[in-house]
Design a binder for this molecule. Structure first.
Ligand code: ADP
Ligand code: MG
Length: 724
């Protein structure tokens, strides 16, 4: 037998690795946001009036006039050039989860050959990448190939450094020439605006007179895996699909929970410190980091920020995380389920809405009035999740997140809301009419006292709920680790806008009747709870019982796969809501359905091809080689008169044959092309293709437990997860 060289070499390489020290860094106060053209820097660099306009745009989202843009462009360029930048780039977020960039030099060569740097307001405002290289769904037809990027002044520009230079990065939107959104940022900005408009209505009805622009906030907890790159590089599946398509479970998994509580390994700690220093320079407030449940799994969470900035920062965090991991000899896996049978990774999206005059409206507050507002906004969320559970499921749908949702380690694929015992009781009392108010306000005061005592941070965190109230915000836990937070934020802001509009429509006539505010709020919330209270659930979301009750008694939907989830984007109620709130036109929404459906099909087909390739060219040959050596050995032994039991050889032959038979079926299935609809194609991928991939894997994983260890071509789970 000759050992498989690449796997053995990888183990050798890794055993001799040491943490990679970074140069000593400066204190936080010195490096914080040093590469960001933020308001502080603008105040210093701009004239008073230009700064005032910029500040207003940043804080309220009103458009910037072209004259000011010209002034800001000049100041931004000067600052960037002084920091060594020779190039600038619009950075934007197409409908995939990726971040896109188009770099241009500041340089303009003069007629006499001397170089000058030029950067005008118009270049800052508008760029022109080739729209045809990005997915645009049905918009492809209407708008040919052209798309352009436009500066988003509400998210600060920043500088990215490499060892050899620097580039000014300008956060931008990406749209077609006819103004349709081709990206994830435009709907997010629009959803904030829709939420603001609806919230203003409700707040005004509730007697608030001074109401600042409302914005949504987001703090995203990111889970990820680190695998040594020597291992990752010898696994085609990790390289191309970001997850293992094969691999038998190790003898020791995460049963002992020792990783979660253990110290962070030295090499990882050094990576984290390097990474976080880069984040601080970019003004990203990294706040916590720790080990996660699975071996080799970690989490990082920044402090929350305005949703639009948080979304840009989240994308940047993912990009930098991968690049920095590489520098430290790791491959960073953001896939939702890199290792079968081992906990997967999610991204908890913490979300709240508020402004500078009323504060956080999902925070109970200290006065009766604050509590009424809180109840209204909280009720609006309950209604939104109930009406739009399938939409929320569809915005977190991807081939990779399907492996994680509903697998009893992540929230189930049924959308419900967890409120915590106390708040749930308040809403149930409202529903049952037990929290009445009288003209004198006696009983209502009682009710409010009950709310005033509400503990902000209920000790009991229900980890099994996909959508949980956590004291002053909601936490959407079902979001996948590799996904952009924009989709979920758009859905949450829009359903909130829709519900607040509904509430305003109910509140107005109640108040017109002469009811007190408290009476009116309770009446509206009672109706709301009667219609939507079924979505509130405080029990164990993983239990079989809940799966039955949710569907049979509560009328909620269990949506296991992306193929089942994406059609929600074609539901008339969803199209209506996006249209009425102005967040996405029907054409824009349809194009999203098409892009996401296409990506789903493509990513499964790519994986299926890899399964065929690896089974045929790596795993089958290893099995045959082992059989060859068994047969040679047993021949030799026979000549000595010693007989070898054939059990192992038979099992290897049997599973190798079974695997290749499944490979044949999978190959056949991939040839099928005659689908009547996109939906049918997605269902075929979710059912037949995935099923056959699992079949191939089952045989291959059994072979891994039979074939001599030194012949096995792929790094094993125990090695990837435990050697650091
Ligand atoms: P846990 O693991 O207990 O859920 P973490 O501290 O890891 O908590 O993450 C909580 C996240 O929620 C952080 O990003 C935090 O900044 C964010 N967060 C806190 N308050 C709010 C809020 N009002 N709105 C949005 N996000 C918030
Ligand atoms: Mg959390």
């Amino acid at each position: 037998m000759s050992a498989n060289p690449s796997r053995q070499q990888a183990i050798q390489t890794i055993t001799s690795r040491a943490p990679i020290a970074v140069e000593k860094t400066d204190p936080l106060g010195k490096i914080w946001a040093e590469d960001v053209f933020n308001l502080d820097r603008m105040e210093w660099a701009l004239s008073k009036s230009a700064f005032k306009s910029m500040k207003k745009t940043v804080q309220t989202g009103v458009p910037l006039d072209p004259g000011t843009a010209e002034v800001v462009a000049a100041a931004m360029k000067e600052w960037a050039v002084s920091k060594g930048a020779k190039f600038f780039s619009h950075i934007f977020y197409p409908m995939t989860n990726i971040t896109a960039e188009k770099h241009d030099g500041f340089i303009i060569a003069d007629a006499d050959g001397s170089a000058i740097t030029e950067f005008s307001g118009s270049l800052l405002i508008k760029g022109e990448p080739d729209g045809s290289s990005f997915p645009n769904g049905s918009l492809r037809m209407t708008n040919a190939a052209r798309g352009y990027t436009a500066w988003d002044p509400t998210s600060p520009a920043f500088i990215m450094h490499t060892d050899n230079g620097a580039t000014l990065m300008i956060p931008s939107v990406f749209m077609s020439w006819t103004g349709e959104s081709l990206d994830k940022k435009i709907p997010l900005l629009r959803s904030n605006a829709a939420m603001n408009t609806a919230a203003q209505k409700v707040l005004a009805l509730m007697g608030e007179t001074e109401i600042a622009t409302l914005n949504s906030s987001c703090g995203a907890e990111q889970e990820y895996f680190l695998v040594d790159s020597a291992f990752a590089n010898s696994r085609p599946d990790l390289l191309l699909a970001g997850r293992t398509l094969f691999g038998a479970p190790p003898a020791k998994g995460q049963e002992f929970d020792d990783h979660y509580f253990g110290a962070i390994p030295a090499r990882v700690q050094v990576f984290m410190q390097d990474y976080e220093d880069q984040l601080y320079k970019l003004g990203i407030p990294a706040k916590t980091h720790h080990n996660e449940v699975a071996p080799g799994q970690f989490e990082i969470a920044p402090y929350f920020e305005a949703a639009n900035v948080a979304a840009d920062h989240q994308q940047l965090m993912m990009t930098l995380m991968k690049a920095t991991a590489k520098k430290h000899g790791f491959t960073c896996l953001l896939h939702e389920k890199p290792f079968a049978g081992v906990n997967g990774s999610g991204k908890h999206v913490n979300w709240s809405v508020g402004n500078s005059t009323q504060g956080n409206l999902l925070d109970p507050g200290n006065t009766p009035n604050e509590n009424l507002l809180f109840l209204l906004f909280c009720g609006a969320v309950i209604r939104g999740v109930h009406l739009h559970g399938p939409l929320l499921r569809s915005v977190i749908a991807s081939a990779s997140n399907d492996h994680r949702l509903g697998a009893n380690e992540a929230p189930p694929a049924i959308l419900s809301v967890y409120l915590g015992d106390q708040l749930e009781k308040v809403f149930m009392d409202i529903k049952e009419g037990n929290l009445k108010s009288t003209a004198e306000g006696g009983e209502m005061d009682l009710g409010l006292t009950q709310i005033l005592n509400f503990k902000r941070d209920p000790g009991d965190r229900n980890r099994t709920s996909p959508f949980a109230f956590t004291g002053n915000r909601f936490e959407f836990r079902a979001v996948g680790s590799s996904q952009s937070v924009s989709g979920p934020l758009v859905a949450m802001n829009t359903m909130l806008a829709d519900s607040l509009n509904w509430i305003a429509g109910k509140l107005e006539p109640e108040l017109a009747k002469g009811s007190s505010q408290a009476d009116a709020v309770v009446a509206v919330l009672q109706e709301l709870m009667n219609e939507h209270g079924n979505v509130v659930f405080g029990g164990d979301g993983y239990s079989e019982e809940w799966h039955r009750i949710a569907v049979e008694e509560r009328g909620l939907k269990n949506i296991p796969t992306t193929a089942d989830a994406l059609p929600a984007l074609r539901e008339p109620s969803v199209i209506e809501m996006f249209k009425n709130t102005g967040v996405l036109s029907p054409v824009e929404l349809e194009s999203r359905f098409e892009v996401y459906a296409e990506q789903y099909v493509l990513s499964i087909e790519v994986e299926a091809k890899l399964v065929i390739d690896m089974a045929t060219t790596m795993i089958y040959p290893a099995a045959i080689q082992y059989l060859g050596s068994l047969s040679a050995t047993s021949g030799g032994l026979a000549s000595l008169g010693v007989a070898l039991d054939n059990t192992v050889a038979n099992a290897v032959a049997e599973h190798a044959n079974a695997m290749m038979a499944s490979v044949g079926k999978l190959e056949q299935a991939l040839h099928k092309e005659d689908f009547d609809s996109t939906e049918e194609h997605m269902q075929f991928c979710a059912g037949t293709i995935r099923g056959l991939m699992d079949e191939v894997r089952a045989s291959a994983d059994t072979l891994e437990t039979l074939v001599a260890d030194e012949l096995w071509p792929l790094p094993k789970y125990r090695e990837m997860l435990f050697i650091k």
